[in-house]
Design a protein around this ligand. Structure first.
Ligand SMILES: [Zn+2]
Length: 341
C-alpha cells in the first residue's frame, strides 16, 4: 500500500492507504512524489465548491515534484532516477491550442489535477510522459515543486499576458503570498520598480528583502492613494491582481492611462462592479490569466537554476496539511508551504 492525502468531505482531509499504481503503460512514466506545494486552489478545493464536478474522496495536491521510478514502453525522454515536475491539468495534447503550445487553453481538458481528478499528494503515480518536465541540475526538488503553478502562473501573467518590460513600474498585490513573492522576484529580475502590498507589518521586511521598492500596508493605508503618491499621480504600468473583490477597482485606479491589469485570482470574492467609462477612457487592458504553458514551467525551472529560489514558509508532513490550508485562508503565510513525503 502507499500513503496518500485525500479530501473525504468539505474541510475534512485524511491520510489513506491506497493500492500503488500498476507498472506505467505505453507513453507513461511512474513518478515517486518528493514534494507537493500548496496553492490557493487547494484552499478552494478544501472548502468545497458546489459547481465543481468531482467524486470524493479525491487525492489532493495540485503542484509537485518527484523522481522517475519507472518508464513505460516507448518512453525515451526520461529514465529512472531523473528529477521531474508535472503539468497540473490533463490536457489532450491534440487540439489546436495544445499543438500550438497554449496548453492552458486546451479544448478537451480532462480536469485539473488535485482539484477535479486525483492529485499529486501520494507516494507514486502514473502520468503521461507528455505532461512531465525535467528539472535542471542544481534545482532541489523542494524548490522545483513550486514551478508548475506558483512560478509558471506568474511567468505567464507578467510576460505572456501583461508583457512586462524592463524599467516599468508594477503593483504586486499581497507581496507575501506564494505568487506575490514570485512576482516581486521576477519583476525585479528584469529591472522593474515594484510597489507591493502587505496586510501585516511583520511582512514588510520579507518583501523588502525580495527587492520590493515600496511597501504599503493595505490595512492601514488605501493602496490606490499610496500608489498614486509613489508614482507622482501617474499610476503604474502593470497591476498584478489576484485578490479580487476587495481590490479590483482600486487596482484600476492605480493604473496609468493605457496600463495593463492582469489577474489570476479572486481570493476575497469573485464579483465586482466596473466603471465602463473609466475602462475605455483610460484605455485599460485587462487580462484574465489561468495556469501556464509547458514552456512557462521550463522557463520557471531555468530561473530557479539561475538562482531565483522560492520563498518557503514552512515544510509540513501529510498530517498537517489541513492546518496549513487554514493558515493560508487566514493569510498568515509568507511564501510557499511545502508538503514533504
Ligand atoms: Zn488540448
Amino acid at each position: 500500500m502507499m500513503r496518500a492525502l485525500t479530501l473525504v468531505a468539505d474541510r475534512d482531509l485524511a491520510v489513506a492507504d491506497l493500492p500503488p499504481p500498476p507498472p506505467p503503460g505505453a507513453g507513461e512514466v511512474q513518478v515517486r512524489i518528493a514534494a507537493v506545494a500548496l496553492n490557493h486552489i487547494d484552499v478552494w478545493g478544501y472548502r468545497g465548491m458546489a459547481f465543481v464536478k468531482r467524486k470524493l474522496p479525491i487525492v489532493v495536491g495540485a503542484e509537485a515534484s518527484g523522481t522517475i521510478e519507472a518508464v513505460g514502453d516507448d518512453v525515451t525522454r526520461f529514465k529512472p532516477g531523473q528529477k521531474v515536475v508535472m503539468y497540473g491539468a490533463l490536457t489532450c495534447g491534440h487540439c489546436k491550442a495544445c499543438q500550438e503550445g497554449r496548453d492552458n487553453l486546451c479544448e478537451n481538458v480532462g480536469g485539473l489535477i488535485g482539484f477535479h481528478v486525483d492529485g499529486f499528494a501520494r507516494e507514486l503515480m502514473n502520468i503521461a510522459e507528455r505532461l512531465v518536465i525535467p528539472v535542471p541540475d542544481g534545482v532541489e526538488l523542494r524548490d522545483a515543486a513550486c514551478a508548475p503553478i506558483a512560478f509558471s502562473t506568474v511567468q505567464h501573467m507578467l510576460f505572456d499576458n501583461a508583457k512586462l518590460q524592463p524599467g516599468e513600474t508594477v503593483l504586486v498585490h499581497a507581496g507575501g503570498s506564494g505568487i506575490g513573492t514570485v512576482a516581486i522576484m521576477m519583476a525585479k529580475a528584469i529591472g522593474c520598480t515594484v510597489i507591493t502590498t502587505v496586510g501585516d507589518d511583520s511582512k514588510i521586511e520579507g518583501v523588502r528583502k525580495l527587492g520590493a521598492d515600496h511597501v504599503i500596508n493595505y490595512r492601514k493605508d488605501r493602496f490606490e492613494h499610496e500608489t498614486r503618491k509613489i508614482t507622482k499621480k501617474k499610476g503604474v504600468d502593470v497591476v498584478f491582481e489576484h485578490v479580487g473583490a476587495d481590490t479590483f477597482n482600486g487596482s484600476l485606479l492605480s493604473l496609468k492611462r493605457g496600463g495593463r491589469l492582469v489577474t489570476c485570482g479572486s481570493t476575497s470574492g469573485p464579483s465586482t462592479t466596473l466603471n465602463l467609462m473609466q475602462l475605455f477612457q483610460q484605455q485599460y487592458k485587462i487580462f484574465g490569466s489561468f495556469g501556464a504553458t509547458m514552456q512557462n514551467i521550463a522557463e520557471s525551472l531555468d530561473k530557479m537554476a539561475a538562482g531565483m529560489r522560492p520563498v518557503i514558509d514552512t515544510e509540513v508532513p501529510l498530517d498537517d496539511v489541513g492546518a496549513a490550508l487554514k493558515r493560508m485562508e487566514s493569510r498568515q503565510v509568507f511564501g510557499k508551504i511545502i508538503v514533504r513525503f
